[in-house]
Structure formats: C-alpha cells, structure tokens
Design a protein around this ligand. Structure first.
Ligand code: PHE
Ligand code: NA
Length: 447
C-alpha cells in the first residue's frame, strides 16, 4: 500500500479542497437559504460573509498547512505549543461530523437505487411516512457499510493515488450533473417561475439581522474550515505553493456551485407545487415527490441522488483524512493501520445511528424519531456549536497572539502569503479583519 506522500499537482490540491467544500450543504441548504432570506438580496450578506469571515479563516488554514508542512494539531503546536489541544479538538469534531454525514450519504446511495427501480411509482400520499419506513429498514445500515467501504479503499490508496484521483474524477463530474439537472429544470414549463421563486430579491429583508446571522453562520461549514481539513490538505503540498489565489479559487468554486444548485432544485419544486424546505426533508421527501410529476422520473431522480452522493463522498473523504493525517504524524504510524483504525471507529459510530432505526435500542415504538434525533443531536453539537468555537480559537490565536507589536497576526500571515501567491492582499486590512471582524461575527453566531 502506498505510504501516500502528497498531491502530485496544484490542481490535485485545489480539486480535493473544492471537493471537500462542496457537499450536502451546497445542495440542500444554500438554495433554500436564498429563497427564505430575501431571494437574490441574500447574496449580499452571503458575499460579505464569504469575504469578511470565510476566506480570512480559510487563508489562515491554508497558510498554516503550507508553511509548516504539518497536519492540524502539529501545525498549530509548531506555532503555539500550548494550543495543540485545539487541533485535536478539531480532529475529534471532524470525526463526529463524518459519522453522521456518512449515514446521510448511505441514504442517498440507497435512493439512487430506488430512483432507478421505483422512480415513477414511489408511494403516493404521505411521503414522510414512506421515509420513516425507510429509516426503520436495513437500507440505511447497508448504506453506511457501502459508503465507508468506498472511503476505506480510497483512503488506503493514499493522497496521490487515492484522494487526488478520486477528486479529479468526482469534482468535475458533479459539475456536469448539477448543470444537467439545472438545464432540465429550466426547460420545464415552470423553469422561469422556479428562478423567480429562488432569486427574486427582497432588499427590504436586508434590514433583518437574522439574515446576516444566517449568512455568517453558514460560511464556515460550507468552506470546510475549523475541522482540520484545510490545514491537513494544504500540508500535503510541496513547499512554496500559492496560498491566496488558491484560497479564493476554492471559496468561489464552492459558492458558485451552491448558487447553481438552486437552478437544479427550484424549477422542480415549482413544477410540483411542492413546499420549499431544506435539508433531509428536501432531499428525501419533497424532491422525490416533485420528480414524480415530470417525465423521465427515474433518470432525473438517479442523477440527483448520484450528485448528492458524490458531492458528499469527497467531503467525507476529507473529513476522514483529517484524522488519518494527524494520527499518523503524531503516533508515527503507517497509513494502512491508521486508516484501519479510523474507518473502524467511524463505521462503528455511523452504525449506532443507522441501527437505531431497525433496532430501536433507545426505546420502543419511537425508533424512527430517535434515529433522526440522534443525528440531529450530533449535528447541532458539532456543526452548530463546536465548529464556530474552534474557528474562534484559531482566529484569536492567529489574529491576536501571533501578532508582532501593535499589529495583528494577519499582517504576518498576509505578508507570508503574498510572497508566494499570484496576487496580494493588503496585510493591515487583513490583520484588522482577523482581529475584529471575524471574532465578532463568530461571537454572534455562537450566542
Ligand atoms: N462543506 C461541506 C458541505 O457543505 C461539509 C463539510 C463540512 C465537509 C466540514 C467537511 C468538513 O456540505
Ligand atoms: Na460547501
């Protein structure tokens, strides 16, 4: 088995980082947020959040990995010995996120099969009841095993032969899939109406602080920061690679994809006159129902769930590698045994959630609710609370403690990044953003 050195090409790193960033959130969360938070007007707070809060932290992480050549906890330790724990906290949190993320990908993989086999004859009537029945079946358990098996093989192949090759395949392919769905959607009689539903701006909504908080709250998860991924991925590059331009490419590719996903969703919802919603209900209940009202249901459904599965798979791979890399480095282990350990622990935790459906260990009768509840609990604690806290920790350390004299750490980081990058950012502006803007936004999000 390859010991897995690093990325063979700059494109390999960029595609892997983009693959990590594009995930479930881009497809089932962002489009709904736009629709629910002022339509096209939401793009303004979102863009502000991206530039003022998301990219600054992404830049810290890519710089940190690039400059130290070390994975998350060790990279942080190299700069601040006492802060190694922050890195391990991120690693642990990534492990938890991945455990439930894989469960959802397992559902999605099962739905590819259902779309093909039952496409136009899904149960009519209350589809949520049908989804509940699905949750108590053994399909979710099978799904967890399939997704973890795919992850396992790719991770064992190493960074270049596994992660880089997988992302070079998956990432272009999901763009093709989302464009196909969008084009088909726009060709529906309801195509334009779908767009209006998605994007008609309500600028009055901008005075509502809730909309700004929604934008700033979503940006870290969507960019895959604060879970140790970007530091680890960046550390697999050769020395002296571009930092700033890569960060912008990754961020804009991620957000561009999210924007496109709305075109691939709203025309179908409007065609079926279905209620707009987000997350699990959108993907597994509302959209399958909407697809049934148009021709070629099985094909459209299969494309959607293939898109969801592959977009999520590249994120899940990155989440797992964020533990594999640091554990290998810290304990001086080979890739083979580290991947064995991470995958074994991961599949065990994913199975706790998936098995709750058919077995109902937490109590009788309520098994379905508990399976979803368990997942929701993991999601809220790790993604909603812990993730911004880790991001805040990183920002305080690198924005403040890493500074020299009166200037924030951002000044040192920007200067180092500018020295190797295709374009420059003003160091003092960046220093202030990192010291003031980012922690303020994060503080609000947490509270
Ligand atoms: N960024 C991914 C998404 O939008 C999810 C993810 C978060 C992946 C954190 C890795 C780390 O769905
Ligand atoms: Na994303």
């Amino acid at each position: 088995m390859s010991e897995g050195g690093g990325w063979a090409t700059r494109l390999g790193f960029i595609l892997a980082a983009v693959g990590s960033a594009i995930g479930l959130g881009n497809i089932w969360r962002f489009p709904y947020q736009v629709h629910a938070n002022g339509g096209g007007a939401f793009l303004i707070p979102y863009f502000a959040a991206l530039v003022l809060a998301g990219i600054p932290v992404l830049l810290v992480e890519i710089w940190l990995g690039s400059e130290t050549g070390l994975t998350t906890p060790l990279a942080i330790r190299e700069k601040f010995e006492e802060s190694e724990f922050l890195g391990w906290w991120a690693v642990l949190n990534g492990f938890i996120v991945n455990a439930y993320y894989v469960v959802i990908l397992g559902w999605s993989a099962a739905f590819i099969v259902f779309a093909v086999t039952h496409g136009s004859e899904l149960p009519t009537g209350d589809l949520f009841t049908a989804f509940k029945a699905f949750l108590t079946s053994w399909y979710p358990v099978a799904g967890v095993i399939v997704i973890w098996a795919v992850n396992y093989v790719i991770l064992q192949l190493g960074v270049e032969d596994g992660l880089e090759r997988a992302n070079k395949l998956f990432v272009p392919f999901i763009w093709v899939l989302v464009i196909l769905l969008a084009v088909r959607g726009l060709m529906l009689p309801s195509g334009l109406e779908g767009l209006e539903f998605y994007l008609t701006p309500d600028f009055g909504a901008l005075t509502d602080p809730g909309i700004w908080i929604a934008a700033f709250g979503q940006i870290y998860f969507t960019l895959s920061v604060a879970l140790g991924i970007m530091i680890t991925y960046a550390s697999y590059q050769p020395e002296g690679q571009d930092i700033t331009n890569n960060a912008f490419i990754i961020a804009f590719a991620n957000c561009g994809f999210a924007f496109l996903a709305g075109f691939a969703i709203f025309p179908y919802l409007v065609a079926a006159d279905a209620a707009a919603t987000d997350s699990i209900g959108l993907a597994f209940v509302v959209l399958p129902q909407a697809f049934q009202t148009i021709p070629f249901t099985p094909i459209v459904g299969a494309i959607f769930f293939l898109l969801l599965t592959l977009a999520g798979l590249s994120s899940s791979l990155s989440l797992a590698e964020a533990q594999v890399g640091p554990l290998r480095q810290k304990l001086d282990l080979g890739r083979t045994e580290t991947v064995n350990a991470v995958a074994l622990a991961g599949v065990a935790l994913s199975l706790v959630i998936a098995l709750e459906g058919p077995l109902g260990l937490l109590g009788e009768g309520e098994a379905v609710g508990q399976s979803l509840q368990l997942l929701g609990m993991f999601d809220t604690s790790s993604a909603t609370y812990t993730l911004p806290m880790i991001a805040l920790g990183e920002t305080l350390i690198f924005g403040w403690v890493y500074g020299v004299g009166a200037f924030g750490g951002g000044q040192r980081i920007a200067t180092a990044a500018n020295a190797v990058s295709d374009f420059s950012i003003p160091p003092r502006v960046y220093a202030v953003v990192l010291q003031i803007v980012v922690p303020t936004a994060l503080g609000y999000t947490i509270l």
